[in-house]
Design a protein around this ligand. Structure first.
Ligand code: C2O
Length: 350
């Protein structure tokens, strides 16, 4: 059977997945008196997600304003599900053991390290983007993507690195961001920017093409009702996705930041605005795999245990809605798409 949507009334404590240590975090969502099966709304124009390093002044200004308004909701009403911390807590609740599987009180819901990874995060960003758009009254607002698969996007996008900006986060590894400044998707530890770029391109080619011989190699292992959490991640989740989290999150386990906040731990990752921009690119890699990468591997999982897996999210009208993993394959049906940019890794022969 497919994993069912969590029961918010049974939400409990969160803990660190790596160590099992209790986290000083309350991340349960507010309760709703009704849940609606989500119907995709009509739209006039696609939201076109731009590469963050190429976003226009106007796009950046809208993004900053929207995040500022989302942060303001935290003070106006901490229980407003559209607020910045509430949005970050969604990730904590679905990833740090706060939600149990319905019918299996000893099994946590874990949306990482399995085939639920892509659909969960796609729906999560979908609602996040719509909330931002609605806060600034712009139905075409689109979340930029961190284009880390292109050498020009292999640094922290500059829009996140201005201290006064709502997009700033104090808990980042400032050292790596300054020098070498190039992301390290393969955990190589190299400090040579050219070497890092070559490693990154090789590794993206591998996780998108060379190492993928079955659908679940890319998507992640089956995870159904009654399954133990984390059966196994897909190549992209395990590789570039995790690489960016670890590159941004500060690494000082002996200091006050012992859980690698913010980006290096599930429970806090959503507190760094760059998280959603990173995941916009993770989501884009799924789209590219489905639409651009030529291979004999079937692209879509057809098992009902995947298609009917359910999640709950609050939409931009603060309505709690139920969505299915199988309903988000086509981003255009969801009302958004990605600006096309070069894919230098696609024919990368080191
Ligand atoms: Cu839900 Cu990048 O993690």
């Amino acid at each position: 059977d497919p994993v069912q949507a969590p029961d918010f009334t049974k939400c409990g404590d969160a803990f660190d997945v790596a160590t099992g240590a209790a986290l000083n975090a309350k991340c349960c969502p507010p309760l709703a008196d009704k849940i609606i099966d989500y119907k995709l709304p009509r739209f006039d124009a696609l939201r076109m997600r731009p590469a963050a390093h190429k976003a226009s002044k106007e796009q950046v200004a809208k993004y900053e304003l929207a995040i500022k308004k989302m942060r303001e909701l935290d003070t106006k009403d901490p229980e407003d599900p559209r607020g910045f911390m509430q949005q970050a807590n969604i990730h904590c609740a679905y990833c740090n053991g706060a939600h149990d599987q319905v019918g299996f009180k000893d099994l946590d819901i874990q949306v990482h390290n399995s085939w639920l990874f892509f659909p969960f995060h796609r729906w999560y960003l979908y609602f996040y983007e719509r909330i931002l758009g609605s806060l600034i009254g712009d139905p075409t607002f689109a979340l930029p993507f961190w284009n880390w698969d292109n050498p020009k996007g292999m640094t922290l996008p500059p829009i996140f690195d201005k201290e006064k900006s709502p997009l700033y986060d104090t808990k980042r590894d400032q050292e790596l961001i300054r020098s070498p400044g190039v992301v390290d998707l393969t955990f190589s530890g190299s400090t040579d920017p050219l070497q890092l770029v070559a490693n990154n391109l090789t590794s993206i080619y591998s996780e998108m093409v060379r190492s993928v011989s079955t659908t679940t190699d890319f998507m992640g292992k089956p995870y159904c009702a009654g399954s133990s959490p984390s059966p196994g991640p897909g190549s992209s989740e395990n590789g570039s996705h995790t690489g960016i989290h670890w590159w941004v999150g500060t690494k000082d386990p002996s200091g006050p930041n012992k859980f690698n906040e913010n980006m290096g731990n599930f429970y806090s990752a959503g507190r760094d605005p760059s998280f959603y921009c990173h995941h916009s690119n993770v989501d884009r890699m799924w789209t590219i795999w489905r639409e651009v990468v030529k291979t004999d591997v079937p692209k879509d999982i057809t098992s009902v245990n995947y298609l009917n897996a359910e999640f709950l999210f609050y939409d931009e009208n603060k309505q709690l809605v139920r969505v299915k993993a199988g309903d988000c394959y086509d981003q255009r049906k969801l009302g958004y798409d990605y600006d096309r940019v070069d894919l230098p890794w696609l024919n990368y022969r080191p």
